[in-house]
Design a protein around this ligand. Sequence first.
Ligand code: SF4
Length: 408
Amino acid sequence: MDIVYEQRLGHRAPPSAGAQKVQFVIVSSKYCNLRCRYCYEFPDLADRRAMSHEQLERMYRSIADHYYRKDHPVELEFDWHGGEPLLLGADFYWRTFDAQTRIFADPQVRVTNFVQTNLTVLNERLVDLLWEGFDGLGVSIDLFSGLRVNTGGKDLQPTVLKNMDRLRQARIPHGAITVLSRQNLPHLEKIFRFFEGAEISPRILAVHRGASETQNDADLLTEDEVLQALKDLFELWMESPAPIAVEPLYSYTERVIWSLATQETSYYDKSQWEYIYLVDTDGNLYSYSDVFDTAWSHGNLFEEPLHGLVNGPRHRRVIEAAEARIKSACSGCRHYGRACSGYPMAEESTGRRDPRPSGAGTACTRERGILDYIEKRLFELGVVGPNGRIDTTSKHYPRFDPATRIPV
Ligand code: SF4
C-alpha cells in the first residue's frame, strides 16, 4: 500500500470557500494480488477479510454526526486503499456509494471518493466504476524498481502500463504514485520523463520502513539522498513544458510563494482540525503519524462514535505527542509558520526522523532542505523579484498556476 495522505494534494481541487477539508483513508481490505517487496502491510496481504457494508454504514453515520455539528461546510474525501481495493469488485463500491448518498444527505458535508490502485486488474465494470463512480484515482507504479511483483515473483509493470493505456483511451484522468528506492533512484530522470511524456502528475514518495525494522534495509534511502532527489526533480520539473504537478514539490513551492507574497504566518493546530484519518480494516482509527500502531489508535470507529473518539483521551495523547514533535524540531526553524506549518513533523512517519548531530530532536533534513532550496531557486529564476515580490509575469510562474495543471 502507498498512502496518499497529505495535507494538500496538488492535482485536486481546493475546498470551496469557507469549507474545511478532511480525508479518511479507508483500508477496505488488506488483500492484494501483489507482494511489493517494501509494502508495510506485507504479512497481511493474503488476508481476505474486508470491511462489511454494515460496518461502513455505521462508520458513515458516525462521521456524518461529527461533521454535521460544525458551523462551516466540510469537504469529506474518502480515499480507498488496500491491499488492492479494486479486488473487492465494482458492486462493492456501487453499494457503498449508494449508502453514502442516503447517509450524507445534508449539503453541509460534500462527499468525494478517490481510489489508489495497483491497476493490475481491470475489466469493463471497473472501467465504468472508475469513470462514473470515483472522483479520481491514483495508480501505483514505480518504474525501473522491479519491486512490485506478484505472489510468483513476477513484475506486473507491463500489465499496469497496458491498463494505463486503457484508462487513457477511456479518457479517465489519473495521477500516479511512484515509490523511490535504492533500486530506481539511478533512473530518476527517466521516471520524470515518463510522466512528462504521458502528462500524468506524479507523487514521488521515498520508500518507508517496512513491516519489520529490517524489511526495507536494502531499499531505504538516506535523508540526504531523498533531499538530493527532490532537488533534481525540481530542476527537471522547472525546465519541462509538460502541464503536470510533481508532488510533494508543488505543495512545498505553493507554500513558499504564499509565505513570500503575504508575509503571513499559519501553524498546524492538530487539536483544532485534523486533515487526515486512517481507518484500518478492523475499524481502528489512526493519525497518519502512527498508522497501524495499535498503541496509538484513537479507538475503533466501528464500535465508538467519531465525535467521542476525536474528543477522547487517546486522541488527546496522540495530539500531545505531535505537538511535542513540533516543539522540539520546529521552534528553531526559520520556515516554521511561514513556508511550513509544522505539519510534516506532526503527521509524517515518525520512523524516518533523522536525529540532529547533537542527538537532541530531529534535524528535518528533507523538508528544511527542500524549502531552503526552493526559496533560493525562486529568487534565482525570477519568480520572486529582488524586492521580494512575486513576479507573475516571470517565465516559470505559470508552473505554479493551478489553471495550468491537468485536473484529475
Ligand atoms: S521544515 Fe521541518 S523543522 Fe521546519 S517547520 Fe517544517 S517540519 Fe518543522
